[in-house]
Write a protein that binds this ligand. Sequence first.
Ligand SMILES: [Zn+2]
Length: 173
Amino acid sequence: MVRMATELVLLGPAGAPAPVAGRAGISSALAVDGRVFVVDCGRGTPSGYLGAGLDFARLEAVFITHLHVDHVGDLAGLLLYPWGLRAGPDGSPPPVQVYGPRRPGLHTDVTEVGGVAQRAGVRELILTHYLPAEPDAVSAADWAGRAGQGFAGRTIAGRDGLRRTLPDVADQC
Ligand SMILES: [Zn+2]
């Protein structure tokens, strides 16, 4: 049985098109046994990736949940800025696969998140998308309370740089 160490790093939780001082846009990274997968590419994703200590040469794929600008705004930057840092053995950067929806899609209503997580068997719900443009418009506790409706586990309002080592996949079987 192969065991994989998986770490989640929240690169940024700030949604909505307007920039929010001190917060990076929507993006999370999953590091799985040295391979890195990024989910969404909001404002500042390349800087957040580097700041989290992740290696651009290990970036394998990007998953886009939907096509709102707060999820795709820095996709080109993530692929192009680190050109010199991603050089493979022959000098050219290894390919990065990008996956996303064919249609723009929409956010899930915050009050539906907890029910979805409960049905999926989630143990800890980490919120990765802070919607209000004003940081103080909704407190983290209110945000977690609204999103945690219908969820029996622990709900955490995500913040820039939050890290979690995820349970060993083999332990879930
Ligand atoms: Zn969004």
